[in-house]
Design a protein around this ligand. Structure first.
Ligand code: NAD
Length: 375
């Protein structure tokens, strides 16, 4: 189990706190000698960049916001004024590849609609930049594999934007679950859903989003169950919710329920929705229970157990996540959230869809990803 990380602290001092096992296929990084903070460019200036990542980059200790990439030149100017960014660090999608000759920028963070992740991760890596990719990694396995391969060949690190691996409440779920501190887990419940109001957004387009709530927020349930148990599922069995609004959900599911089975016999019961709000991760054990509700938010998380409430201080998840990646680059250690984890999750998500479509239980063979389970 990795300890809770924070955005504070000195890289040289806290290396062991964050150290992750060596992952297969970790790129051989070119020597990194910089002493200053690493420069981050946000690629895609929508809601997550504006409301979460840019503010978080004011709290980071090992990296700073130095550049932005957008298709909208007015937005670029606005961001440049707001964050005091140099004009040479503003890029459109067309001239993004010129970032190669820009020494201010070390990391590109891809925060675009899901179908665009692969193209921009690959272009960023080919420009010699380390890359963070938002979830879900892509819309299909082939893109995930290509992204990993190109980053490896380019000698750059690739990390997923899985912020909850740095959230102290979710880290407590890992600690309690993986070490059987409340007794062995018998059953897990994970639900993440929200009411999506805007009918015109890309999240409702299968082409841009790859799917509906499962790709967007259900992925947190998959992640939550895996890191609470510290095991990989052996099968999934899913069914779609009936569509109440057929026009709004013309190309993606409105909601979905699925079960995951684990080698030790534990079953996880999961649900996601774009028309129902819930946000829970709960483990029932031999002698009690522990849960987060809400579990996957940016802040305001609440943890409780059958022994009493979790007494935990929140941190800025995104600042901790970006700082840890910067630290991994500076010290040339593997990130605990490599592209392979995004690929693993894509296998699970697509099997959940396959099960919901066919009505069959789908066996999973995830042995290649065993090294990614935190212990
Ligand atoms: P958003 O709709 O607010 O922003 C998307 C950005 O992409 C906009 O700036 C838009 O102009 C740009 N864009 C470029 N081409 C586009 C196209 N063809 N269609 C639509 N937009 C286009 O979305 P967001 O909420 O910022 O999500 C962006 C990514 O970040 C997604 O992959 C999402 O899953 C991820 N995300 C992650 C978290 C998290 O907690 N880790 C939270 C929110 C979003």
């Amino acid at each position: 189990m990795n300890n809770a990380s924070s955005s504070s602290g000195n890289v040289a001092d806290n290396g062991s706190d964050h150290s992750a096992p060596q992952h297969q296929g970790q790129p051989k990084q070119k020597g990194y000698t910089k002493k200053k903070n690493l420069g981050v460019a946000l690629v895609g200036l929508g809601s997550y960049s504006e409301k979460q990542l840019a503010p978080a980059l004011k709290e980071t200790k090992h990296c700073d916001l130095v550049g932005v990439v957008s298709g909208d030149s007015e937005k670029l100017k606005k961001w440049s004024r707001q964050y005091n960014l140099k004009e040479k660090n503003l890029y459109g999608y067309d001239n993004f590849d010129n970032i190669k000759s820009n020494d201010d920028i070390d990391i590109v963070y891809i925060v675009l609609p899901n179908s665009m992740h692969a193209e921009f991760v690959i272009r960023g890596a080919e420009a010699g930049k380390h890359v963070i990719c938002e979830k879900p990694m892509a819309n299909n396995i082939e893109d995930c594999e290509r992204m990993i391969e190109v980053c490896r060949e380019a000698g750059v690190k690739l990390s997923m934007g899985y912020r909850l691996h740095f959230d102290p409440f979710n880290l407590e779920m890992m600690r309690l679950g993986q070490n059987n501190l409340m007794g062995r887990c018998k059953r897990i419940v994970a639900k993440n859903g929200m009411d999506v109001v805007d009918k015109n957004q890309w999240r409702l387009s299968k082409v841009l989003a790859g799917g509906g709530p499962l790709m967007d927020v259900g992925i947190y349930c998959v992640q939550g169950v895996l890191y609470t148990l510290g095991e990989l599922p052996t099968s999934v069995h899913a069914k779609f919710h009936p569509k109440k609004d057929k026009e709004k959900f013309a190309t993606v599911e409105e909601g979905l329920e699925w079960e995951m089975e684990f080698p030790g016999g534990v079953k996880a019961f999961c649900e996601t929705s774009y028309s129902k709000a819930f946000n829970i991760l709960r483990a029932e054990t031999e002698r009690g229970w522990f849960e987060l509700n809400p579990a996957y938010e940016y802040n305001g998380l609440k943890g409780d157990t059958s022994d009493g409430p979790m007494k935990i201080q929140s941190i800025n998840q995104q600042a901790a996540q970006m700082d840890d990646f910067a630290r991994c680059i500076i010290t040339n250690e593997p990130t605990r959230l490599p592209g392979e984890m995004g690929l693993r999750d894509m296998h699970i998500l697509l099997s959940i869809y396959e099960s919901a479509i066919t009505g069959r239980k789908i066996p999973l063979e995830l042995g290649a990803f065993k090294h990614l389970i935190e212990t």
